[in-house]
Ligand binder design. Sequence first.
Ligand SMILES: Cc1cc2nc3c(=O)[nH]c(=O)nc-3n(C[C@H](O)[C@H](O)[C@H](O)COP(=O)(O)OP(=O)(O)OC[C@H]3O[C@@H](n4cnc5c(N)ncnc54)[C@H](O)[C@@H]3O)c2cc1C
Length: 309
Amino acid sequence: MENIINEIMNKNIGDIKVSPSLSHYTTYKVGGTARLVVYPKNASCLVTLMEIINKYDVKYFILGNGSNVLFSDDLYDGIIIKLDKFDEIDFQDNIVRVGAGYSLIRLSLECAKRGLAGLEFASGIPGTVGGAVFMNAGAYNSDMKSVVKDVTVLTPDLKIITLANSEMKFNYRESFLQHHKGYICLGATLKLGFGERSALEEIIKERKLARKRTQPLEYPSAGSVFRNPKGLYAGKLIEDMNMKGYQVGGAMISTKHANFIINVGSATASDIKEIIDYVKKQAKITYNINLRVEQRLINWGDFDEKEKE
Ligand SMILES: Cc1cc2nc3c(=O)[nH]c(=O)nc-3n(C[C@H](O)[C@H](O)[C@H](O)COP(=O)(O)OP(=O)(O)OC[C@H]3O[C@@H](n4cnc5c(N)ncnc54)[C@H](O)[C@@H]3O)c2cc1C
């Protein structure tokens, strides 16, 4: 790793952090140490970084705000790439060009302020634009698919291309990026509608209150753990199994919202994973349903990145 760090520094790619705890980078506030975190300054620095990564054949992970990931407690023996510097934004009427590192909540508030409608659903989703595009984040019967015009990506062979909405293959919490390893979202163009600022801000305010009422926002979590099976709600299924309040170590199924696992103290990633596995097992026994995890499980060996289904 020393050679890699030297190259990254010599090539002036961006800030780095050596051996940080991933608990500082995830909203669950758990996870082991990573070898290195790099913050490339721009797209060309990212390309250079990827060349170094390819040359040394070291593993890497693109991390947004860490609000939908569960890293294991083990050492992540690779490089975490953070696109925080990709935070440019440009408004042309109802067309918004925004960098992958831009906060989704901030974007939603900024658009409402300008009388641009369509992103109210995103005002309580604590991710980045890149993470939201990757996950096709959504709420209130809307999602990124409804607002994205196109997405700029870095391809595995390090070319920058633009993928149209239809090419992004958006589906419920799914996108092209999840199924094509090595594609990195650099930014997106959104096409929004027009609305009245006060009405849009009112919707956002009401939804904020509703989230506070129904979600355990006072504890670290990563939002909904399981995808909703077709026509059903994962939270309701878990609640009906009387699993609210079920605890392993410092992790607990929220008593407010059964599809949230919260860190009530000093949870480990293993505590959270144990609850996930237990819920899945019980759902299979009780309903004969294979619950699918929405969150990305990273550095869990067999379960790396995407849970096997
Ligand atoms: C309190 C709370 C409420 C939530 N509510 C919702 C909700 O209502 N709806 C919803 O959909 N989600 C919700 N979430 C989950 C989460 O906020 C979203 O999935 C969000 O889009 C994740 O963005 P992120 O930047 O944090 O991504 P991360 O968690 O950092 O990463 C998620 C995945 O995206 C990939 N990724 C991130 N950036 C890029 C990039 N630039 N290029 C390629 N891949 C990338 C990562 O590699 C990873 O696989 C909630 C989470 C919390 C904590």
